[in-house]
Design a protein around this ligand. Structure first.
Ligand code: ATP
Ligand code: MG
Length: 647
């Protein structure tokens, strides 16, 4: 039995959802989804109220997902205009710049209304109409949020491409959705260095149709090359009207396209629509983070990731929250930056990824302890399974043992959280995503025959039985791929691609990707388990484990290990780690090969791309596949150069 952490008494008493509420609401959401979502759809404002709630078919070959489909609304009006009367002067967005020496901005709902309307009028001036696509390739600056909301205001569809992506990745996405305009900036300051964003955009646009226009926001004011397709945003905004009536948009019109991380294969252009997505993003934001008026809420993700869409911009703003947007990185000027920002802006809810937690844990506790973190009420994590070691550090050192941790499991495809403990309702378990959100019915399937695994204390493939409003509707331009990817392997269910365990209490644990299971001498094991054992060693900062062909065992265990700063690789340490894993898990999990890796190949959102590590381990670098979504592709060359000799 793992240790559990009960909700703090005041949260248990005052949370939006208490323990008793959860059981009642969950049962109701499963028993009658139409009634449940028909009621909760009213949390946002509709221009024309819906009379139909749910119209869904998961039948392979005929998959169709619609929610509230005769209703109309506008997302920007929901995120801005409807708050103006009551909270026009309240801060909507706190912007913290890359350098702590530069001034933070406090953007009120009234300011946000003006800025978004101006940007919307500028886009209209460039000929952008309802249904047109706009690519956003921007630093984490307020204009990125204005751009998203401006598109929503006029009914254009945005597709954000993370500013760290290469020109190739950008041009593929611009062409993939047939964008009319690319919104970018002169430069993107990050960690004290300026990325030449405009120059990258130029390189990308050289491979796009001449009709594609660029709208360039001045961030640093640097001199940048200029051509006929370019428009100066600041000049146009200076004269643009700040009055732009919100367009009436159907609930099922697309709001945005966003490519998945590409951890497992070619990125997919996930399409989210308007009404259901906003209802789901708003509801999960309020309940998972137990957001209350006046709280300052901070999600450290980039807007180029779905977490930034749902939990920096759309969810919080639909709820009239104060949301913090940070331009920089956790380690600049030093590893105390996150905690300094929490202190400076009195952050109540802090939401980040395990990769950041592990990296900061590797820097030692002093960086945390020198900040006053007494404003924190809740911590969140997302992106990959969090190992108990990192969970405990987050809980004890960052949260001071006072703050519940919500381990939110979800995907680009799901629009919002599908599983998480609720902070006022559930005693948390380190490493467990634990409870389904309302309307989510997890099903554990046997991977070999697809049969439903009943009862507790079981493990298998994780599917979801029915739809929820925030679900993706299709892959942009390729509905067949949508059906193939999510509805063909296990008929009648949404297939998540993840494995899970349902423990004796009926709580869920995500065990990793189904692809990441290896078979060593006939024993199936999740690579996450070996990784978790490795990072529990005091000298290990991060580890990635993959299988490779092994003459005797079928598959051997190949470990890439990043050491804590200050620790040096040695043969002794290699032996020590082998013994360590054998004791932690058992002899069957003993690492066959351990490669020291100063860096691991990670996606933009900090996830390890195991498929690349698998290829390197298999000695097959000819077929690395799409690596355009890597944060730092040079890591791959280093890993290949230092590959273990398997001889
Ligand atoms: P691609 O689908 O292109 O391979 P990706 O799956 O990494 O990329 P995302 O949608 O960003 O793209 O990530 C979703 C995945 O991240 C989930 O399927 C799951 O594997 C993992 N994940 C997210 N949150 C958690 C969590 N709290 N616990 C465990 N795993 C998580
Ligand atoms: Mg995925």
């Amino acid at each position: 039995m793992s240790k559990t952490y009960a909700p703090p008494a005041d949260m248990a008493a005052n949370a939006h959802v208490t323990e008793a509420d959860y059981d009642k609401m969950y049962a109701a959401s499963i028993a009658d989804p139409t009634k449940f979502w028909g009621d909760h759809g009213k949390r946002i404002d509709w221009i024309k109220p819906y009379t139909r709630v749910k119209d869904v078919s998961y039948e392979f070959g005929n998959v169709s997902i619609k929610w509230f489909d005769d209703g109309t609304l506008n997302v920007a009006a929901n995120c801005i205009d409807r708050h103006l009367a009551a909270r026009g002067d309240q801060t909507a967005i706190i912007w913290e710049p890359d350098s702590p020496d530069d001034e933070a901005l406090h953007i009120s709902y009234r300011d946000l209304h003006k800025a978004t309307s101006k940007m919307a009028n500028v886009l209209k001036g460039l000929g952008v109409e309802k249904g047109d696509r706009v690519v956003i390739y921007m630093p984490m600056i307020p204009e990125a949020a204005y751009a998203m909301l401006a598109c929503a205001r006029i009914g254009a569809i945005h597709s954000i491409v993370f500013a760290g992506f290469s020109p190739d990745a950008l041009s593929a996405r611009v062409n993939g959705c047939g964008a009319k305009v690319v919104i970018t900036a002169d430069e993107a300051p990050r960690g004290g260095r300026n990325t030449p964003l405009k120059t990258n955009a130029d390189k990308a646009l050289a491979h796009c149709d001449d009709s594609v226009q660029a709208l360039v926001v001045r961030r640093t004011g640097a001199d940048v090359p200029w051509s006929d397709r370019d428009h100066d945003y600041n000049a146009l905004a200076a004269t643009a009207s700040d009055d732009c009536p919100p367009a009436e948009v159907n609930a099922e019109d697309p709001l945005f396209i966003l490519y998945t991380s590409g951890s497992t294969g070619q990125p997919k252009g996930v399409v989210h629509t308007t009404g259901g997505y906003l209802v789901y993003a708003a509801m999960t934001h309020q309940i998972t983070f137990d957001y209350h008026d006046k709280d300052v809420y901070w999600c450290t993700a980039d807007v180029g990731w779905v977490t930034g869409h749902s939990y920096i911009v759309y969810g919080p703003l639909a709820n009239g929250a104060t949301t913090l947007m940070f331009e920089g990185v956790p380690t600049y000027p030093d590893a105390s930056r996150f905690w300094q920002i929490c202190e400076k802006h009195k952050v109540a809810q802090f939401y980040t990824a395990p990769t950041a937690i592990r990296a900061l844990m590797g820097q030692g506790d002093d960086f945390v302890k020198k900040a006053d973190l007494s404003s924190l009420k809740l911590l969140g994590t997302v992106g990959e399974p969090i190992n108990p070691e990192a969970w405990n550090w987050y809980n004890d050192v960052v949260g001071g043992g006072r703050c519940p941790i919500v381990d939110t499991w979800w995907q680009t495809e799901t629009g919002g959280h599908l599983m998480t403990p609720l902070p006022g309702a559930h005693a948390t378990k380190p490493g467990a995503a634990q409870k389904p959100f309302f309307g989510i019915e997890p099903v554990v399937l046997d991977p070999t025959d697809g049969s439903v695994v009943e009862g507790n204390g079981v493990e298998g493939v994780l599917c979801i039985r029915d739809s929820w409003p925030g679900q993706m509707r299709t892959v942009w331009g390729d509905h067949e791929r949508f059906e193939q990817t999510y509805f063909s392997d296990f008929k009648g269910y949404y297939f998540t691609g993840d494995g899970c365990r349902r423990d004796a209490d009926g709580d869920y644990w995500i065990t990793g990707r189904v692809d990441d299971v290896i078979n060593v001498s006939g024993h199936r094991m999740g690579t996450a388990e070996v990784e978790s054992a490795l990072v529990a060693h005091p000298k290990v900062a991060e580890a990635a484990v993959v299988g490779y062909p092994h003459d005797i065992k079928g598959q051997g265990i190949y470990c890439y290990v990043t050491l804590m700063s200050g620790d040096e690789p040695s043969e002794e340490l290699r032996k020590e780690l082998r013994t360590w894993v054998r004791t932690e898990i058992g002899p069957i999990a003993s690492p066959d090969l351990i490669q020291w890796a100063p860096g691991l190949p990670k996606t933009r959102s900090g996830k390890i791309m195991r498929r690349i590590l698998r290829k390197i381990a298999e000695d097959d670098y000819g077929a690395l596949g799409d690596i355009s979504t890597l944060a730092d592709p040079s890591v791959v060359d280093d890993l290949i150069a230092n590959r273990m000799n398997k001889g």
